[in-house]
Design a protein around this ligand. Structure first.
Ligand code: TNX
Length: 496
């Protein structure tokens, strides 16, 4: 990025968004939807023919541009206009998020404000370090509605994350409708941690979430945890359990005790039905089988199960992802092991499989920021913002380097996270932090610089109704206090 000497571009009442086709128009619509309420300008989207006399923001695909990763983009801002080009539509979308951040924070207001809508003169060439920059939301321990998950997706999109991993099943609940197995949600979805009423997504609701994410160039990775963490499944289908006593709904938080019966044909029939139906409504290339914390199976039985599950995932055209324990099995080269606690993930490399970095000491955003937090757990670490930022994914695990890693992901387990306000408190600012770990090359990342830029984001979160942790590590600027009362009132309400 280079800041140029010239005057800024100022968005005005006659500014148009000029696009070169349908894909760019789709991205332009998401941008205009942010700009219109706060500026009050029409920001007409024009395809093709460009009235060169009018100030414009131009979005165009340039398939030949280098570096040609899916998400790279080039941005030039002069007083005469904004030119955003990218080899792929995803790059245009990422570039639009940069424009959003270059504009005054008031651009997020839901109410019209009279602010000079200026974008500094600059030249940017940008591309991500890793192709997988994600967050996981555990909707099993506590359920989150479609509307809430969309708000969560909005925050991922703002910070250029591109994966939403949904932890859809655990001991406490099974959260997605499976047409061939209605008992899974009839029996398996009706509770959650501490005994609330739980819930589940119909397939239509899930498809709606996937579409919403797709419009933001975010891939949904569905996870059905197995063979452990399966009490909700087994309570609906006791024949897939080796236990003689049928499982009961579970509202506690212990882990490691439930398991599919590895030698029962019924187990694989259920897995087949689940993987087939979810794969059919998931356009992304991945299916996550969990595979973590199975404390009640012998290693051979665990391996046997994972290899059969991997076959089923492959049969339905998906690449298997699993928590690092799955690397004890013989992996396909297309599979991915998600590192979280030890260095089992390294075993994946001998099969040509890759590693996704979610080290619990750095990326587990269900951990407390500080000992004093009421929310969160502390078994892995206390993780303040700096801990989430100041580490290098490529030197974290012995023997696992840059080339072995697909990216980084921040998991939000929800044992203590009972509502979306709490989810945002745990996620922000650590999601922006992990997003930058995944996007920006190591040599360009500096904590002293990040903490200042992060402080500037707070007002944006206030406008968006996004709760956040006011870490004492960040030099917050108290400018929200100066925001016009009306604009404040029009901001989305903070959810408790
Ligand atoms: C471990 S990390 C788990 C989850 C818990 C989490 C709580 C992993 C793969 N499994 O079942 O929710 O700790 O921090």
């Amino acid at each position: 990025m280079r800041l140029d000497a010239g005057a800024p571009f100022v968005i005005g009442p006659t500014t148009q968004i000029v696009v070169d086709g349908a894909a760019a128009a789709g991205v332009a619509r998401t941008f205009a939807a942010i700009l219109r309420p706060s500026t009050g300008y029409p920001l007409t989207i024009v395809t093709g023919a460009d009235d060169a006399t009018r100030p414009a923001i131009r979005l165009a695909l340039r398939p030949g541009d280098a570096p040609a990763t899916d998400e790279s983009y080039q941005l030039t801002v002069t007083s005469a206009g904004v030119n955003l080009t990218a080899p792929q539509p995803a790059g245009l979308f990422r570039g639009v998020q940069t424009l959003r951040q270059l504009l005054p924070t008031d651009v997020e207001s839901h109410l019209r404000l009279r602010v000079p809508w200026s974008i500094p003169a600059t030249t940017i060439q940008d591309a991500p370090r890793f192709g997988w920059r994600g967050a996981m939301l555990d909707v099993a321990r506590h359920f989150f509605t479609v509307k809430e998950v969309k708000q969560f997706i909005d925050v991922l999109a703002l910070y250029k994350m591109n994966v939403l991993h949904l932890h859809l099943s655990d001991d406490q609940g099974f959260r997605i409708q499976i047409a061939s197995r209605p008992r899974l949600t009839e029996i398996g979805s009706v509770t959650q941690v501490a005994g609330g009423e739980g819930g589940f997504y119909t397939q239509a609701e899930y498809a709606d979430l996937v579409r919403y994410a797709q419009e933001r160039f975010i891939t949904v990775v569905p996870e059905i945890d197995m063979p452990g963490h399966t009490n909700a499944i087994l309570s609906a289908h006791p024949s897939a359990s080796c236990s003689v006593r049928p499982s009961q709904p579970y509202a506690g938080t212990d882990v490691g005790w439930s398991t599919f019966c590895v030698d029962s044909a019924e187990s694989y029939a259920i897995v087949d039905d689940i993987v087939r139906e979810i794969s059919a409504i998931t356009p992304g290339p991945y299916f996550h089988i969990g595979g973590d914390e199975v404390h009640t199976l012998k290693r051979d039985d665990y391996v046997k199960f994972v290899e059969r599950a991997q076959d089923i995932v492959q049969k339905y055209g998906k690449r298997m992802v699993g928590w690092e324990e799955v690397a004890k099995a013989r992996l396909l080269p297309t599979s991915i092991a998600q590192a979280w606690a030890n260095d089992t993930a390294r075993l994946a490399l001998q099969y040509g499989a890759k590693v996704l970095m979610s080290p619990s000491k750095r990326t587990y955003i269900d951990m407390k920021y500080t000992k004093g937090n009421a929310l969160g757990l502390d078994w892995a670490a206390i993780i303040d913002v700096r801990d989430s930022y100041d580490w290098d994914p490529a030197s974290f695990l012995p023997g696992v380097g840059e080339k072995d890693i697909v990216g980084v992901e921040a998991p939000l387990w929800s044992e203590t996270v009972r509502n979306i306000g709490a989810a945002f408190f745990m996620s922000v600012p650590r999601i922006p932090s992990i997003a930058e770990v995944g996007w920006t090359p190591q040599q360009n990342r500096h904590w002293d610089d990040f903490r200042v830029r992060l402080a500037g984001q707070a007002r944006r979160w206030e406008y968006l109704g996004v709760n956040y942790y006011q870490s004492p590590q960040i030099p917050w600027v108290p400018d929200w206090a100066e925001t016009p009362k009306e604009a404040k009132a029009a901001a989305a309400p903070l959810v408790p």
